[in-house]
Design a binder for this molecule. Structure first.
Ligand code: TNX
Length: 670
């Protein structure tokens, strides 16, 4: 007897009085009739709490995890399909990767059968689904003679020679030695068989690396001669960047000798426009192994990005080993059917997930340092805390009742500012995290706390009354059992929720300050002016305008508008493009051409630290989707962070970007 199934989901938008339909079609592909079963599935799309189900019943839903059952007594015969339709989703589907992408059947006897799950089919869309990075072929004639991304401040090279097969690095002094070692390790990993670094005996061209006083913190000068080059800088970082530029030129000239030259004279004098050039990775929605994180960091280095923002905790998982609270990773790092965290975002019924041990984190931080990258850990608080609260329920107010929901559909997911034990917990976590990350920055999150958070917590209501008076308390009591977050994230500024969130952030900020570290936060960390402006920075993300506003108010800011720099947003509007869509879509050109300085006053510009690409992982259910979403847009953000606006050129960028490596090697079909 074979028991097997396949699952197809379909999407029909609302039209002419007909409500939207999310169709779920389970086919019995085995050879025996099946009854008394439940179907579980997950993917970014969420069945709304108020949704109705036709020809089936909702057994359980938590965020995008859904468990449904056929009507009582139903028997699914071999070859037959059970069709059920959900009317009501938290948001309409826009792209093929939005729907369920994993499913399973739980039989009455407890057996779990995993299913083949086809991508969601949208009515009227038949074009092939896109995956893999879009190719940008290098043209026969490029607008510039040398291949470098991001484009330098000044390029005054002369001459052309046959590209040398490799570089024989000759560092002078210990800083130069470290820069050379970092570069050699980088190219050995990124371009294993190219032999970019090789000794003179293998025809390596000599490259002197030396100190030169008086250059900026990340500046370098790269000079060419007939048979040699030299890199000079005041810092190890500068020397490293000079070598990266030389590596780009060499690879371009070697692989595309018709298009690019290898110079024999002249100088490239370079330094970045912004001190903060970041890339963020959400490792909670999907887990990435230490090896994958290391490769992303290496790709960042090849793009001269210098801040890795590591988003380590979320509703969906907790990913960092904390010795004082082993439950966080024992329980919070794994999802599966029947576990404290259900299958989410396509993670399937069998336990999957993972976390970074302290040893792995130390290795990654050391690798990043050798590549001139500092690592900023984020523990997202007080919202987005569901996984940790599942692991440590004692962090909840024991007398809390009722339910509220986050924008991603997690119930009661926020750390309670009025529950005193929370602070001892946070202090311990901050301690252990800062011990692992020598950059001395702790990003505390602060995004997307639901408006109705803690409205059923007597402790929180008392705290609101104490801080804001009895009217505020009453206002918050009225939020009791309001699920909230309908049609987009709740706006909480000015609410009782924001009042006690600010008190929480202030206190955590004090803990971080006491340890001598800087606080990072999403833009909401600025609500209620909860952080000292000289000991904190915030990342603007909801829209473009917020950045100028925050800078104007005196906050050091990093610009990462969802509309342009969120690399989970699809590359185009088509259903065939994978990715998210709450902030619209952004092709490589739109992302490249976005200018973060625009609309900022002189005062505001002083607070503009730089830019950041954010890799949120809800849609990254497949590594070929990752490649399509992240490349080449990561390089577009990198160039916007390094190259001054007047020297940006989409035409040049698109001619050169085809030389850049990608993460997993999945390219789009021609
Ligand atoms: C908003 S950005 C979030 C994340 C999601 C992202 C998806 C931010 C601070 N919060 O939790 O992953 O949108 O685009």
């Amino acid at each position: 007897m074979t028991i097997a199934f396949s699952l197809v989901t379909t999407w029909t938008p609302a039209k002419d009085g007909e409500p939207l339909g999310y169709g779920i079609e389970l086919t019995n592909t085995g050879d025996a009739p099946v009854s008394n079963f439940q179907l579980g599935f997950s993917g970014p799309a969420r069945i709304d709490p108020h949704a109705t189900l036709e020809n089936g019943k909702l057994v359980k839903r938590l965020s995008n995890h859904t468990l449904i059952a056929p009507p009582d007594g139903f028997v699914l015969e071999p070859g037959q399909t059970w069709k059920s339709t959900a009317r009501g989703l938290s948001y309409g589907l826009r792209h093929w990767s939005d729907g369920a992408n994993s499913g399973y059947v739980a039989l009455g006897d407890g057996t779990i059968v995993t299913l083949a799950t086809a991508p969601t089919q949208a009515k009227g869309h038949n074009s092939p689904l896109l995956k893999g990075a879009a190719k940008f072929p290098v043209p026969a004639k490029a607008p510039v003679a040398v291949s470098i991304i991001p484009w330098p401040k000044s390029v005054a090279t002369t001459g052309a020679r046959t590209a040398p097969p490799g570089l024989d690095l000759k560092p002078e002094g210990s800083e130069a030695g470290k820069a050379a070692a970092g570069f050699a390790g980088l190219v050995a990993d990124l371009f294993a068989v190219e032999g970019l670094v090789r000794p003179a005996s293998e025809a390596g061209m000599p490259v002197a690396i030396r100190h030169k006083a008086g250059l900026g913190a990340e500046a370098y000068e790269l000079s060419f001669a007939e048979n040699g080059a030299s890199v000079e800088a005041s810092t190890r970082q500068g020397m490293f960047y000079g070598l990266v530029t030389l590596g780009h030129i060499l690879r371009g000239a070697r692989q595309y000798p018709q298009t690019f030259v290898f110079p024999t004279g002249g100088v490239i004098a370079d330094e970045p426009g912004f001190a903060y050039r970041g890339c963020h990775l959400d490792v909670a929605r999907q887990f990435y192994s230490g090896a994958e994180v290391s490769r992303l960091i290496q790709l960042m280095a090849w793009n001269k990005l210098n801040k890795f923002h590591w988003h380590l905790s979320e509703d969906e998982a907790w990913r960092v080993e904390i010795s004082a609270y082993p439950q966080l990773t024992e329980i919070g790092a794994w999802r599966g059917h029947g576990k404290a965290l259900p299958p989410l975002l396509g993670s399937g019924p069998h336990p999957t997930g993972g976390y970074y041990s302290k040893a792995v984190i130390r290795e990654i931080v050391a690798l990043a340092d050798s590549l001139a990258i500092s690592v900023i850990p984020e523990i997202d608080m007080p919202g987005h805390f569901y996984a940790a609260l599942q692991a440590l329920p004692e962090l909840r107010d024991p007398n809390e009742t009722g339910e509220y929901q986050s924008v991603q559909g997690f119930p009661n997911n926020s750390l309670n500012p009025a529950h005193e034990p929370v602070y001892a917990f946070v202090e311990k976590v901050v301690d252990e995290v800062l011990e692992l990350f020598p950059a001395g920055i702790f990003h505390l999150g602060a995004d997307e706390v639901p408006l109705a958070a803690w409205s059923g917590s007597p402790l929180a209501l008392d705290m609101i009354e104490k801080l804001g008076g009895s009217e505020m308390r009453k206002k918050h009591e009225r939020q009791f059992n309001q699920l909230g977050n309908h049609g987009g994230a709740d706006e909480i500024e000015g609410s009782p929720t924001a009042l006690i969130q600010a008190a929480f952030i202030r206190r955590v900020h004090e803990i971080i300050k006491k340890k001598g570290a800087i606080t990072g936060g999403w833009e909401e960390a600025a609500h209620g002016d909860a952080v000292d402006k000289d000991k904190a920075f915030v990342i603007g993300w909801r829209n473009v305008e917020i950045n100028a506003e925050l800078a104007e108010r005196g906050y050091d800011i990093v610009v990462s508008p969802g509309q342009r720099y969120y690399l989970d947003m699809a590359n185009g509007v088509a259903w065939a493009e994978p990715g998210a869509g709450w902030a619209g879509w952004s092709g490589p050109q739109e992302t490249y051409e976005f200018e973060s300085r625009e609309g900022m006053s002189e005062q505001g510009l002083k607070h503009l630290l730089g830019v950041q690409a954010c890799i949120w992982s809800e849609s990254m259910t497949d590594r070929a989707i990752f490649d399509r979403l992240v490349f080449p847009r990561l390089s577009a953000v990198a160039e916007a962070g390094w190259t001054l606006p007047e020297r940006k050129s989409w035409n040049r960028f698109k001619s050169l970007v085809g030389t850049m490596p990608i993460m997993y090697g999945n390219w789009a079909a021609e």
